[in-house]
Design a protein around this ligand. Structure first.
Ligand SMILES: Nc1ncnc2c1ncn2[C@@H]1O[C@H](COP(=O)(O)OP(=O)(O)OP(=O)(O)O)[C@@H](O)[C@H]1O
Ligand SMILES: [Mg+2]
Length: 396
């Protein structure tokens, strides 16, 4: 009888009867098969074979619970048959009918072939029926346990996956909530900055009219450009916080144009001129479908970071190239590389390793690159320093 605990587990998890009621009887003497069939047929679906080879063939093509086999057969003994059957159908129980007793040989056979029972000849039908009943009970139980284990393992996996999904939704909600706050803040700051720009525009126009030193005029221009960039960043943040995505103004765009724009703005910064900036733009690069202003903002953020990380007069490289069917925009430097403790959160908002950093530059960069269905990654250069790389699809 099945254990009660097992029964209730089976009911709980919807595991039904695992028996097929198929029995295979194997004997090289046909009359013996007929006798066996006669009293088994009432309760089981009986298959017959007159050799080990035939028996294996039948076992391959039919559902079986129990195999009853004579031990002494030409070519293959009963134990040898069960040994092979075990590889084919490990959950079928074997009963061996044997006319001689040789305990050591039998014990080793039991171990190798996992014989469920030996019955000595001459046997009584009742002995066989009882052995078959016990064997099929055993098979029933073993299969039920196996199914339950597989089922529970799958459910555990499903539960783990659901839990992970819930956690990620929760993280996302939290993130969106923070973004919402940031977006509202950004809207306020944008408003004030636009007012500031009006005043700065006026100052600039006055300066244009008077005799004024070139470096003063340049400082005002750099300042205005800085404020403009700030406004653009904040506008993008505000837009993202409101809609969960950035609106892109996409056009066919040569990669060299993005580099040109970014360099034109970056060089207004004194820090740019205090480094050896090397431009490597491959010729005749195909276009990408991109938002010119936003991609320029990404490159600008990367160039600024590189300049800030690199000692004066050292090299910063800006590159546009083509690799593996993608356009690569990259900025590399000779600085110390990205601090290990920042690696994980590098592209998250407010992740900064600088005393006065906002930790928004790379976050915005990733947001923009993601919106272009591109990729952004940081690599360690073998000779030291960091390399930030953007991969964008070529426009068709
Ligand atoms: N080229 C680089 N080399 C070394 N560390 C870098 C480099 N670029 C970024 N980092 C690290 O990643 C941090 C995050 O950069 P991110 O541009 O997002 O913010 P930030 O530069 O600190 O502030 P901001 O919002 O003004 O850009 C930096 O503070 C710095 O610690
Ligand atoms: Mg930065």
């Amino acid at each position: 009888m099945l254990d009660d605990g097992l029964k209730s587990l089976m009911a709980l998890h919807g595991v039904g009867d695992t028996r097929s009621r198929g029995i295979l009887i194997v004997d090289d003497e046909r009359p013996n098969l007929t006798v066996l069939r006669n009293f088994l047929e009432a309760g089981y679906k009986v298959h017959e074979a007159t050799s080990g080879r035939d028996a294996l063939e039948i076992a391959k093509n039919n559902d079986l619970d129990v195999v009853i086999t004579d031990q002494r057969m030409p070519e293959m003994t009963g134990v040898e048959l069960l040994e092979q059957l075990r590889l084919l159908k490990p959950d079928v129980a074997g009963i061996v009918l044997t006319g001689f007793t040789d305990p050591p040989a039998l014990i080793s056979a039991i171990n190798r072939a996992r014989v469920f029972r030996f019955l000595k000849k001459p046997w009584q039908p009742d002995d066989i029926l009882e052995a078959v009943r016990q064997a099929s009970e055993h098979v029933y139980q073993a299969r039920a346990i196996q199914r339950l284990v597989a089922l529970l393992a799958r459910r555990t996996q499903e539960l783990d996956a659901s839990l992970e999904q819930i956690k990620s939704t929760q993280r996302h909600l939290l993130h969106m909530e923070r973004l919402g706050t940031m977006g509202r803040l950004a809207a306020g700051v944008i408003h004030d900055l636009r007012n500031l720009m009006i005043s700065l525009g006026y100052v600039e126009s006055v300066l244009q009219q008077g005799e004024i030193a070139a470096d003063v005029r340049e400082s005002v221009q750099v300042g205005m450009q800085g404020v403009n960039n700030l406004i653009q960043t904040l506008e993008a943040m505000h837009q993202f916080a409101r809609g969960g995505s950035l609106t892109l103004d996409r056009q066919l765009l040569p990669p060299s144009a993005v580099i040109k724009d970014a360099v034109a703005i970056a060089r207004m910064d004194l820090n740019y001129r205090m480094h050896k900036v090397e431009l490597r733009v491959a010729e005749d690069l195909p276009c990408v479908m991109g938002d010119r202003q936003k991609l320029c903002q990404v490159m600008l953020n990367l160039v600024r970071n590189a300049l800030q990380a690199t000692a004066q007069w050292r090299r910063v490289g800006i590159e546009a190239s083509r690799m593996d069917g993608k356009i690569i925009l990259a900025v590399e430097d000779e600085g110390p590389g990205v601090p290990p403790q920042l690696r994980e959160s590098l592209f998250q908002p407010f992740a900064t390793g600088k005393g006065d950093g906002m930790g928004m530059g790379l976050y915005m960069a990733k947001l923009i690159v993601d919106s272009h269905q591109g990729e952004i990654a940081v690599l360690d250069r073998p000779q030291g320093g960091a390399r930030f790389e953007i991969r964008l699809a070529i426009a068709n």
